[in-house]
Design a protein around this ligand. Structure first.
Ligand code: TRP
Ligand code: ZN
Length: 444
């Protein structure tokens, strides 16, 4: 229990005596209300994914290709070495990893699946990318870029020791370039009972194209909005991905009824002048002139695009794996700073800061009031919203001769922003009796 949670600190009998002492004592500094004691843990924002880390993975994938005949293609040594590199990083970070084998074209292929322990096993969020290249090159944009961004996001989950509501699973697919072989194999071999647990699949295939566009898959609306919101926050316009729907590993998931989404910076299509105007780059040139060719090396990457998209991967993983983004009702904000109420005098206010919430206050905002006074009928009490709007809690009444106002009021504050400084305003409108605001609280 935090020290500034609401509490009646004095008995009624002691109140009158204590009141004299209080007037002589400097009031304690206003306490910032801390809702943390009452709130469920709020989803933390995703961290920035360090571009240098993502690029270090690309350097490793390039070295692997260079050491293995210039590619990382299905059935070649460079593919298995790529899998080993990614798997070692994940194992060291605390993932439960598994290699899923399949056969294509007479060669053994591998999917690498990495589960982050924890989360609701009946709600699984997956993010994946294909790790194979074509045989003509190292495949650094296609698809070292997606593979490295997903890897670094998985490592960021581990660094943060993220405890999302959903279970997180990351995947690196084999033999995408031969026709989505690995991802199809994975989906087809998932029992129906496991498929139905997938709440979403996020795909990242080519996200660092040198002449980049910013394309968001036009698929599941929630996933799509999550990406679009991220780019809107950067003031980077996006377009719907149109360079061949179904041409990457989200397709088998979509076919199986799993909500899908993803990002893409363009392959062999040509950037228009309108696109060059809003995104920069070169109009009349392919988004990736090295698509599926030997020049798809570490030189074939647009750092800005890779950086933005990597951060967007993390944003989506954090956002979509969290159950509750806004704090649940029941958060209590309180102040125990005493404010004296002058006899038959001007109104006084007691401030209470509310922060960290989203949206408006509830329609049944609870206002707990503890005012010590020797004739409560003298008092007019209002709640002031952050914008100054007054809500009457209590009128004066010359016949109401009891002590104190210790009461709970319900206010429809749904027209008011939750965050800001709320005030309790108290005025003593008749002579002879005095008192003070002992404490008050808001329950959202
Ligand atoms: N590897 C994909 C392919 O060759 C690249 C690609 C083309 C793509 N169009 C796409 C990826 C659309 C995602 C979305 O087919
Ligand atoms: Zn590809």
């Amino acid at each position: 229990m935090s020290p500034n949670r609401f509490a009646l600190r004095r008995s009624r009998a002691a109140a009158a005596l204590a009141f004299v002492a209080l007037l002589a004592t400097a009031a304690p500094a206003a306490q910032a209300a801390d809702p943390s004691g009452a709130a469920a843990p709020r989803a933390a924002a995703a961290p920035d994914i360090p571009l240098a880390n993502v690029k270090a993975h690309l350097t490793q994938l390039q070295s692997i290709a260079t050491a293995n005949g210039g590619n990382r293609a299905h059935g070649r040594a460079g593919y298995k070495a790529s899998v080993d590199y990614v798997k070692a990083k994940l194992d060291a970070a605390g993932y439960t990893t598994a290699l899923q084998q399949f056969t294509s074209g007479g060669a053994t292929g591998y999917n690498l699946i990495a589960d982050w322990p924890g989360g609701d096993p009946s709600k699984v969020l997956m993010a994946g990318s294909h790790l194979d290249s074509v045989s003509s090159g190292a495949g650094i944009n296609d698809n070292g870029s997606g593979s490295a961004a997903v890897l670094e996001t998985a490592l960021a989950v581990s660094r943060a020791q993220l405890a999302p509501d959903k279970h997180l699973r990351f995947a690196w697919w084999g033999a995408e370039e031969l026709g989505l072989i690995g991802s199809k194999h994975y989906v087809n071999s998932l029992p129906l009972s496991e498929r139905s647990k997938l709440s979403g699949y996020l795909n990242f295939d080519m996200i660092g194209s040198p002449n980049a566009g910013y394309f968001v898959y036009d698929d599941d609306p929630v996933i799509e909005k999550t990406f679009k919101d991220y780019f809107a926050g950067l003031s980077v316009p996006t377009e719907i991905e149109t360079e061949g729907d179904g041409r990457s590993d989200h397709a088998p998931f979509k076919t199986a009824g799993v909500p899908v989404g993803g990002l893409f910076t363009g392959a062999s299509n040509t950037k228009s002048s309108a696109q060059a105007q809003k995104w920069g780059g070169t109009a009349g040139q392919a988004f990736d002139r090295c698509y599926h060719s030997s020049c798809d090396t570490t030189a074939n990457i647009n750092d800005t695009a890779l950086n933005r998209n990597s951060d967007a991967v993390a944003h989506a993983v954090w956002t979509l794996s969290a159950g509750t983004v806004t704090p649940p009702p029941g958060d209590v904000y309180s102040t125990t700073t005493d404010v004296s109420v002058p006899d038959n005098g001007a109104a006084v206010t007691s401030p209470l800061a509310v922060s960290g919430r989203t949206g408006n206050a509830p329609a049944a905002l609870q206002v707990g009031v503890d005012i010590k006074h020797t004739f409560r009928g003298d008092l007019v009490v209002d709640l002031l919203a952050p914008d100054g709007t007054a809500y009457r809690l209590k009128n004066s009444s010359s016949s109401d001769s009891a002590d104190n106002v210790i009461a709970n009021y319900t206010v429809n504050a749904s027209a008011e922003a939750a965050n800001g400084t709320w005030r309790l305003r108290v005025q003593d409108v008749a002579a002879q009796d005095t008192g003070y605001v002992d404490s008050w609280k808001l329950t959202f």
